[in-house]
Design a protein around this ligand. Structure first.
Ligand code: SAM
Length: 222
């Protein structure tokens, strides 16, 4: 049997241990011993890119919250032209380092793509300070949210203060897509107070999965 190797570990701002592992060519991240994501389950991460890159101009400005294993970033780059500008906000510098060091064969080289600017920052701060109408689309896959949260600090993104700021950061007709581990009708209702064309779309973890285990919340600025 092939061994599971622990490649690296760090602490999250909440004090939990985040670890990167490899088993038989598959990489996965664990928080406090529980699997957060894996390089074999990325369909919903790519679907969120497909839902967000609709009707973009030729020079789109895009914000991705959460690099992870870079599957969302890969699909965004595939769907946009050479003039796209993609800001990626990543809270943990180690995630970016691990992409360069251990995950080159997955999506690690994309962090150095000329269209991509990686910022080691909380995506909330970027949204708060970017100025009005900067982004044509914003993709948020930073947590299991709306509830419960892996990082407690992420709750504010899903509340009034976060949604007002996201709306302000979006270009008119711009879209935000939230990845979520589950359905949440009250979050959908809250989104409707700030955005139009709110949709809750079921998403599969694997291409051949039978069940839609995740939810993608899509919303547009009027
Ligand atoms: C589930 S992963 C993202 C997966 C990614 N969509 C992909 O395709 O691989 C969540 C990422 O968000 C980062 N993160 C968590 N909270 C954040 C925040 N407030 N701002 C920026 N990044 C954050 C985590 O460190 C982690 O890398």
């Amino acid at each position: 049997m092939k061994p599971t190797v622990t490649l690296a570990s760090t602490q999250t701002p909440d004090g939990a241990t985040l670890t990167l592992h490899e088993h038989d060519g598959e990489f996965f991240l664990k928080v406090a011993g529980l699997q957060l994501m894996s390089t074999t389950a990325f369909s919903s991460e790519q679907q969120m890119a497909e839902l967000s890159c609709v009707g973009l101009p030729t020079k789109p400005r895009i914000l991705i919250g959460g690099l992870g294993f870079g599957f969302t970033l890969r699909r965004v780059l595939e769907l946009t032209g050479p003039n796209a500008h993609v800001d990626v906000a990543e809270l943990l510098p180690e995630i970016v380092d691990w992409n360069r060091e251990f995950l080159k064969s997955i999506n690690g080289t994309l962090v150095d793509d000329s269209r991509v600017k990686i910022e080691i920052r909380d995506v909330y701060e970027i949204i708060d300070r970017c100025g009005p109408a900067k982004y044509h689309t914003i993709l948020l896959d930073v947590d299991n949210g709306p509830d419960p949260f892996v990082q407690l600090g992420n709750e504010r993104l899903y509340k009034k203060s976060g949604l007002e700021r996201i709306k302000g950061a979006l270009h008119p007709k711009g879209r935000v897509v939230f990845w979520s581990a589950h359905q949440d009708k009250s979050f959908a209702r809250l989104l409707e107070k700030y955005f139009t064309n709110v949709q809750c779309i079921g998403a599969k973890a694997y291409p051949k999965a039978k069940r839609f285990t995740h939810t993608l919340f899509v919303a547009e600025r009027a």
